[in-house]
Design a protein around this ligand. Structure first.
Ligand code: CAA
Length: 390
């Protein structure tokens, strides 16, 4: 039976995340956006109330929440401020390769660090010359005895400037394309250099950094999964994290929609609130449909994961649709505000700037379409258990 209603526990979780977003995130969101302020206090509070690290299993001290529950939280973060929300949620991305490919010892140690203190981890895949084309990466990891030596540079790394450990992808066989990439846990103290904090169009309260590894030595047992299985691991990670990104995009769209609805009831033109004009009503109607549809695709992609099924196609549908919808809804919200929408004193221009990154990070809108086309033209079974990395 298909049932879209939430359980009492899920209602309570969503309410708690919403309260947190309303009380802790919203009041500072526009101010933090202006200055690009790092939300250190909010991270600490979110950690204290148990809204961070939702996917760390109970045996490693985490809440062991489902992917679906994670999406409920991330929608509320996105509604509050997706820049701050991204800072709060990025441990999930960095932790996913560890969850899928880490040894028991690595999980205890590195998940332990995140649950014992409000610490951060960062996911290092992208490079200046390898964005969508992951296998074009140049960072190398060379095995020397019981160590790997890592050299290279990664860019656009969320929380990079504040992370205590990193999941790093590097070439272990330069001539083997995507089959020559491996993934590692690299602790900050191994000598990771934070080069540059990016000055961004949107999500300005999140930290996006360039990270460099110059002869960084790590123990050989910090390899995740098997050598040369890193590409597949990265793809499996993104299948698991794109639903959360989609949820955050739904949250941004919902915020813009609510502002637009309220404004349309107050703003009077031609003698009536503009909500009385069909031109505005149709925009509001399309926004509402896009939000509902984005949420349903998001929920489906997360539920498949919770059922242990492969969700590659559903995950790309959700990320693609919800990100494009967030861009459209926020742009239309600016339109509903008219000239005021373009002014920084009003709330919606920030949301439009924030929405843009949803079409870029964790796979661009075009990459999602590529995945959807491939999965459609050469379908893989979606009911098989989530594939093992090895
Ligand atoms: N699960 C498991 N295996 C998968 C898979 C999946 N979802 N997708 C592909 N694979 C496997 C394939 O079966 C294939 O296996 P074999 O080696 O056995 O043949 C292998 O991986 C290679 O697959 P492709 O031929 O499809 O690989 P490709 O080079 O054409 O790339 C791609 C495919 C979809 C374009 C991929 O490179 C991709 O997703 N690129 C986007 C990367 C991305 O999202 N980057 C964002 C970085 S994270 C971020 O944004 C950071 C942040 O801080 C927010």
């Amino acid at each position: 039976m298909v049932d879209f209603s939430l359980t009492d526990e899920q209602h309570a979780l969503r309410e708690m995340a919403h309260d947190f977003a309303a009380k802790e995130i919203r009041p500072v969101a526009w101010e933090f956006d202006k200055e690009g302020t790092w939300p250190a206090e909010i991270i600490k509070k979110a950690w204290e109330v148990g809204l961070m690290n939702s996917h760390i299993p109970e045996e490693y001290g985490g809440p062991g929440a489902s992917y679906f529950d994670g999406c409920l939280i991330e929608e509320e973060f996105g509604w509050g401020c997706s820049g701050i929300g991204t800072s709060l949620a990025a441990n999930g991305l960095a932790g996913a390769p560890l969850l899928l490919g880490g040894s028991e010892e690595l999980k205890r140690k590195y998940f332990g660090m995140l649950v014992e203190e409000p610490k951060l981890a960062a996911f290092c895949l992208t490079e200046p010359d390898a964005g969508s084309d992951v296998s074009g990466m140049r960072t190398t990891a060379v095995r020397k005895g019981d160590k790997y030596v890592i050299n290279g540079s990664k860019c656009f790394i969320t929380n990079g400037g504040y992370a205590d450990w990193f999941t790093v992808y590097a070439k272990t066989d330069k001539d083997a394309g995507h089959r020559g990439i491996s993934a590692f846990i690299v602790p900050k103290e191994a000598g990771v250099i934070v080069d540059k904090k990016e000055d961004k169009m949107g999500q300005r309260a999140s930290n996006t950094a360039t990270i460099t590894f110059n002869d960084v030595e790590i123990p050989a047992d910090h390899l995740l999964a098997e050598e040369n299985k890193g590409f597949k691991l990265a793809m499996m990670v993104l299948d698991r994290t794109r639903p959360g990104v989609a949820a955050m995009a739904v949250g941004i769209a919902r915020a813009a929609f609510e502002f637009a609805v309220d404004y349309s009831k107050q703003r009077v033109q031609f003698g009536v609130p503009i909500a009385m004009h069909q031109a505005i009503q149709f925009m509001i109607a399309d926004m509402a449909t896009d939000i509902e549809a984005g949420r349903l695709l998001t929920w489906q992609s997360a539920v498949l994961l919770d059922q242990g099924k492969r969700n590659t196609l559903a995950s790309s549908h959700a990320k693609r649709f919800a990100a494009d919808a967030a861009m459209k809804v926020t742009t239309d919200a600016v339109q509903v505000y008219g000239g005021y929408g373009f002014i920084k004193d009003y709330p919606v221009e920030k949301l439009m700037r924030d929405a843009k990154i949803m079409q870029l990070y964790e796979g661009t809108a075009q990459i999602q379409r590529l995945v959807i086309a491939r999965e459609t033209l050469l379908p893989r079974r979606v009911d098989e258990p989530a594939a093992a990395v090895a």
